[in-house]
Design a protein around this ligand. Structure first.
Ligand code: 15L
Length: 274
């Protein structure tokens, strides 16, 4: 049985994956936070923004699923240390420890500024919609470097939204069920011959904005389709959303005002002309 390290294991996606993959792999679950163990997994507390921690937790594993870091937009300092320094430390620690396989859950937000009217595949130029999206692009680029230079093997999964059910109209296009994401991650761990591949982490959604043929080529056979929930989801959808968010695939991450942006200059007070 292979031993796999899951970083960021206490988060939603990590918890779904640990439950789905508990019987298939020996899991080392790592996080800054404590977590409730599932099955026979072991727990390793770590802050991957520290190289010493990254070196310790990556030792002796067959593959790494690197989920650790911010999973939404956040202040630059946090994104820099958790997602950029953390990602570098994990990939570099893996290299030094001789771990060849890395599954990197990147995000739809790496390409969030494509319009919803477009269908994009894994070869499009990146269009990040946030600092978070940029950090995912960094992970994709670093993986590409480590694959070409050091012969490491990467499956980059641009995840839509992992949830037991799709939660709104946008997610009808990008939803992925826990069992489908577990299947994609298993392909990343076990499929021979992977060098560097980008796929989209979505179920077989009728309303998908992605041409996911690269995932299908690697053997992905999703079992779920968000369409089964469409009637209920659309009945609950409130009309009159933000037009920018509605236009782009990344939704609200594409707007300036509605995502907190601590880096933005303070607004000037209105109406006080001298
Ligand atoms: C993501 O990348 C996030 O990790 C997740 O929390 C959701 O925001 C998701 O994208 C989404 O776009 O729905």
């Amino acid at each position: 049985m292979k031993t796999i390290l899951i970083t960021g294991a206490a988060g939603d996606v990590g918890t779904h994956l640990r439950r789905e993959l508990a019987k298939k792999y020996r899991i080392r679950a790592s996080d800054l936070r404590s977590l409730k163990k599932i099955g026979g997994e072991t727990y390793a507390r770590a802050d991957v923004s520290k190289m010493a921690d990254a070196l310790r937790i990556t030792k002796g594993v067959d593959a790494i699923v690197h989920l650790g870091g911010y999973s939404v937009e956040g202040p630059w300092e946090g994104i820099l240390s958790a997602n950029i320094v953390g990602c570098y430390n994990v990939f570099e620690a893996a290299r030094r420890n001789g771990v060849k396989r890395i599954i990197f859950p990147t995000s739809n937000h790496a390409v969030g500024f494509y319009k919803r009217s477009q269908t994009i595949d894994h070869r499009v130029y990146i269009k990040p919609d946030s600092r978070y999206g940029v950090s995912k692009v960094f992970g994709e680029a670093l993986g590409s470097l480590y694959a070409d230079k050091y012969g490491m093997q990467f499956l980059m999964i641009r995840i839509g939204n992992v949830n037991p059910e799709p939660i709104d109209k946008r997610r009808l296009s990008i939803w992925i069920s826990p069992r489908d994401i577990a299947q994609l991650v298993s392909i990343g761990i076990d499929k021979p011959g992977i060098k560097f591949e980008i796929v989209y982490g979505i179920s077989r959604n009728k309303r998908a904005w992605y041409d996911n043929s690269n995932a299908y080529r690697l053997g992905y056979a999703p079992q779920d389709d968000a369409e089964s929930y469409a009637a209920e989801v659309l009945a609950n959808e409130k009309p009159g959303g933000n037009p920018i968010a509605e236009m782009y695939q990344g939704g609200i991450f594409c707007t300036v005002e509605e995502v907190p942006n601590p880096a933005a200059p303070p607004k000037k007070a209105k109406g006080k002309k001298k």
